[in-house]
Design a protein around this ligand. Structure first.
Ligand code: 13P
Length: 244
């Protein structure tokens, strides 16, 4: 653990209906005063309702993407200002699923992060190599280039979190070795101008592997997909982070 703020962030992706707000409620009740930041990022349709459920609790709400503009003719998109207005405090940007499904470049991610900062949101910027890039020995080149190109001017520990998510570890049940995570997180920390920026690991984090991952010096928390959907599983990961 470094000196950066600890954060357990849940990315619900395209999962969750109103009935699932019970999981958010259960999490808030289980962690009235968590020893780390706790964040849930539901689909946009649930942000308002989840913010209402979590009002007065220690659990924060975030979005999963935003547009670069504040408003305008962009059918289907949501602006950072709208997320903030709905009760979001943070927004995930540049997730590999958006980079691949929607062709998002690091330059676009940087522009979105700038929009998020302008709206008062913390940007959680995701980077990570594909399996082919790792096999080609390109992991550090890829993630350092993504880091350099995805963080806008004005990035600080107060407005930005970086999440390292190897694409091949997402939703696969496969995780890198502790040595592989250490190598990347050490390189990211060395490359960051503001050393207090929190560095999250993401990709098949589960209650069973969270403690050992949080034992790595430059891992300040996790960005969790599948295991964040149930309060019990995510709660076990939060508890592991509290103790790290
Ligand atoms: P899983 O935890 O389901 O592997 O997803 C990780 C992720 O993509 C979080 O953003």
């Amino acid at each position: 653990m470094s000196d950066a703020c600890k954060l357990a962030a849940g990315n619900w992706k395209m999962n969750g209906l109103r009935a699932d707000l019970d999981e958010a409620r259960a999490l808030a009740e289980a962690f009235p005063k968590p020893g780390c930041g706790v964040l849930l990022c539901p689909p946009a349709t649930l942000i308002c309702a989840m913010a209402d459920v979590l009002e007065g609790s220690a659990v924060m709400v975030g979005g999963q993407d935003c547009h670069v503009r504040e408003s305008g003719a962009h059918t289907g998109d949501v602006s950072a200002q709208m997320l903030a207005d709905a009760g979001a405090r943070q927004v995930i940007l540049g997730h590999s699923e958006r980079r691949s499904d929607h062709g998002e470049s690091s330059a676009l991610v940087a522009a979105k992060a700038q929009a998020a900062h302008a709206a008062g949101l913390v940007a959680i910027i995701c980077i990570g190599e594909t399996e082919a890039e790792r096999d080609a020995g390109q992991t550090l080149n890829v993630v350092l280039a993504q880091l350099a190109d995805s963080l806008p001017e004005g990035t600080t520990a107060a407005n930005t979190v970086v999440a390292y998510e190897p694409v091949w570890a997402i939703g696969t049940g496969r995780t890198p070795t502790l040595g592989q995570i250490t190598e990347v997180h050490d390189a990211l920390r060395a490359a960051l101008r503001d050393k207090a920026i929190s560095l999250l690991y993401g990709g098949s984090v589960k209650p069973g592997n969270a403690s050992e991952i949080f034992g790595i010096e430059n891992v300040d928390g996790a960005l969790v997909g599948g295991a964040s959907l149930k309060a019990q599983d995510f709660g076990a990961i939060i508890a592991a982070l509290e103790q790290a």
